[in-house]
Design a binder for this molecule. Structure first.
Ligand SMILES: [Zn+2]
Length: 310
């Protein structure tokens, strides 16, 4: 029987009815009017009901991919920065509201599962997915199984320490990879450059308006020869590339899938990561490694969440 997949973002909930082969039969998207747990549960229920109605088939089971750290057995969102939540029992609340068994996983885990079964990971048993968007994350499929760790937070690549005691990360700790190479922090560092008055290309690209800075601004300023921008950009690129290369060395995946808005829109950064893996992952781990794009785009998490519920 088809299952229901939910993608819970910071501003909307998407729902899809997905068959056992990973084909989406229907989907719906509803904006989050308010971010209280009760309000979000109602929004999810509304999106789910629209998707089920459009598909015209019954569903059995619901999977949720959420941008959060999730305690794997209880479905409790320990930390969901986009929603400002701590310790919200989303799985239990949704189970009661939908009258379905509910499984809640991290959004990247859901995306990796979707790519494994219906996207660029098909046929692989060992898959490493790295997304760089506003944050940095990874998900790991080992021997055909999702690696979730004892507490459910395995694969948090964004929070490995690259500069112990360094920049403050959104997670509250110091010196995480994400504090240097995540999209939010690429923007924050570029704003710092603009404020310092030592980054003429950043001024040129934005007209001096900090609100117009994106991660692409930093890449373009660096490539145009702005010395201070280049320093910040190359530091971020190097940290990211070394981290992914080391992850390849440790995990020996058959495929490395790269995705997320920053890697999509900053081709230079993506190239640094690919070249870094080719240069710095151990030779034995990178033999036969295929580096490719995530294939299902925005739908990978929806499809994966639904398949995880099956
Ligand atoms: Zn962190």
């Amino acid at each position: 029987m088809p299952t229901l997949g939910i993608d819970l973002g910071g501003t909307f909930a998407r729902a899809a009815v997905v068959d056992g082969a990973g084909k989406m039969l229907a989907s719906a998207k509803v904006a989050l009017a308010e971010r209280s747990p009760a309000g979000v549960v109602e929004t999810i229920a509304q999106a789910a009901s629209e998707a089920v109605k459009a598909a015209g088939v019954p569903v059995s089971g619901c999977g949720v991919g959420a941008a959060a750290q999730i305690h794997k057995d209880s479905g409790v969102l320990s930390v969901a920065p986009n929603l400002g939540w701590r310790n919200v029992p989303l799985g239990a609340l949704l189970k009661e509201r939908l009258g379905q068994p509910v499984r809640v996983v991290n959004d990247l885990s859901a995306a990796a599962w979707g790519e494994l079964h219906a996207g660029a990971g098909r046929g692989a048993q060992d898959l490493l997915v790295v997304f760089v968007g506003s944050g940095v994350g990874s998900a790991i499929i080992a021997n055909g199984r999702l690696l979730d760790g004892a507490g459910g937070v395995a694969g948090e690549l964004g929070h490995i320490k690259v500069v112990p005691g360094g920049r403050r990360c959104g997670c509250g700790e110091l010196g995480c990879l994400e504090a240097y190479a995540g999209g939010h922090n690429l923007i924050a560092q570029t704003r710092e450059l603009l404020a310092s008055g030592n980054a003429p290309k950043v001024v040129e690209l934005t007209g001096g308006d900090a609100a117009r800075i994106t991660p692409v601004t930093l890449e373009q300023a660096a490539e145009a020869g702005d010395a201070e921008a280049r320093e910040v950009y190359e530091r971020a690129a190097r940290f990211l590339a070394v981290a992914v290369a080391n992850q390849v060395t440790v995990l020996n995946p058959a495929r490395l899938l790269l995705g997320g808005g920053v890697l999509t829109h900053c081709p230079g950064l993506r190239r640094h990561v690919v070249e870094g893996v080719q240069a710095w992952a151990s030779q034995t781990a990178r033999e036969g490694l295929l580096i490719t794009e995530a294939e299902l785009g925005d739908d990978s998490g929806l499809i994966g969440a639904a398949l995880l519920a099956g």
